[in-house]
Write a protein that binds this ligand. Structure first.
Ligand code: NDP
Ligand code: X2W
Length: 349
């Protein structure tokens, strides 16, 4: 017995699962005791991922709740949409705590999930139980709970960039337009026509315009924060790079506010939260400046000519947008320092 918290990962050989394994090897309070794979059971993880040679645990077969419980206290689900909805209730019934990085428990409305994900929703009781772990906004709600729904990658970058201004009433939520771009690892490891090299290299394309499954997730949070229904325009683009999301947002300013007013407002809102860094005036964040890290960097400019605010927010989609924030949520759930296992600066260049 190591005295550490025993953790299992399901969906281990996907990009999110592998990133969880990488980050958790450096977590001082956690032991990864079980890595479960539906495709590669029986093989060492380092066979498919030689950069993980330190991980001796063989991949295990069968996503069976009792078997997972025998080895772990907490389970991360890094599976495609539709799996966690069925699996999480079985895991919870065994007494496991569950952190789901898929979209299955993010939307409170089952019909919205069905409409946007085109899959059967989780049971309503579990949707109600799940706590949405946008760590810097709802982190206090996560402590001690059994089921955490980790936010989507685009919503993380977008909402961290919008929430303080919407909450304060400094921008009109009805006017928000979000222009977001992602590296290709956001689409997962599976090969597809839209993401293979010759389709992506030296190319830049919009996709899922007005149909993206993160639209209702962003609107759900903005509605809660604004205290009135918010709908928004959100367009996603694929960029020929591996990691990184940049969300550029525009909205009409309410009242008289300067760049420095917004900087001060955001620094106050995120005070004590080490993973959101608000840039000084005129300094725009770039995806490389958060690469491989759990940071979200945000910059602003007021355009006095149009009366609009521009906000630029960047994250690493696999860290702050997935595995890193999931570990931050584990830390908050356990009442630990939120930075355990995540206290490193980005790799650059
Ligand atoms: N990539 C990203 O940047 C982000 C991803 N997400 C979400 O996280 C989840 C995982 O994403 P990602 O890792 O990128 O996706 P990948 O496609 O890379 O990996 C998903 C993994 O899930 C497992 N899996 C696939 N089908 C099944 C099944 N039917 N039953 C059980 N397990 C299955 C497989 O692992 P194995 O064969 O080992 O079982 C697969 O490798 C998704 O829901 C995604 O939307 C969220 C935020 C950001
Ligand atoms: C580049 C790319 O394809 N990104 C994915 C983001 C996947 C994700 O995080 O979606 P979930 O809501 O299912 O977790 C997309 O746009 O759908």
């Amino acid at each position: 017995m190591s005295g550490k918290l025993n953790v299992a990962i399901v969906g281990s050989t996907g990009y999110g699962g592998v990133e969880l394994i990488r980050l958790l090897t450096a977590h001082p309070q956690v032991e990864v005791t079980s890595v479960i794979s539906s495709s590669s059971a029986g093989t060492p993880i380092a066979e498919g991922y030689p950069h993980l040679t330190e991980i001796r645990t063989d991949l295990l077969d069968g996503i069976e709740a009792a078997a997972i419980r025998a080895k772990a206290d907490v389970v991360f689900l890094a599976t495609p949409a539709g799996i966690a909805a069925k699996l999480a209730p079985e895991l919870l019934a065994e007494g496991l705590k569950v952190i789901d990085i898929s979209g299955d428990f993010r939307l409170k409305s089952p019909s919205l999930y069905e409409e946007w994900y085109k899959k059967s929703p989780a049971e309503e009781a579990y949707l109600a139980q799940a706590v949405y772990g946008l760590a810097e906004v709802f982190g206090e709600e996560v402590r001690g709970v059994d089921l955490i729904s980790n936010p989507g990658c685009y919503p993380t970058a977008t909402l961290l960039g919008l929430v303080p201004a919407v909450k304060e009433g400094w921008i009109d939520p009805a006017t928000i337009i979000i222009d977001a771009k992602s590296g290709v690892s956001g689409a997962g490891r599976g090969a597809s026509l839209g993401t293979h090299y010759s389709e992506i290299n030296e190319n830049f394309k919009a996709y899922k315009v007005n149909k993206h499954q993160h639209i209702p997730e962003i609107e759900q949070v903005l509605t809660r924060v604004a205290g009135k229904p918010v709908v928004t325009t959100f367009t996603t683009h694929l960029v020929p790079m591996t990691r990184g999301i940049m969300s550029t947002m525009y909205a009409t300013i309410q009242g008289e506010h300067t760049d420095q007013d917004f900087i001060d407002l955001y620094r106050r809102y995120y005070e004590g939260r080490k993973f959101v860094r608000v840039r000084q005036a005129g300094q725009w964040p770039a995806t490389k400046e958060v690469w491989g890290s759990n940071y979200c960097d945000i910059g602003f400019a007021v355009d006095s000519r149009t009366g609009r605010l521009t906000i630029v927010s960047v994250i690493d989609n696999l860290v702050k947008g997935a595995a890193g924030q999931a570990i931050q949520n584990l830390n908050l759930m356990m009442g630990w320092d939120e930075g355990l296992g995540l206290n490193f600066v980005p790799a650059y260049p």
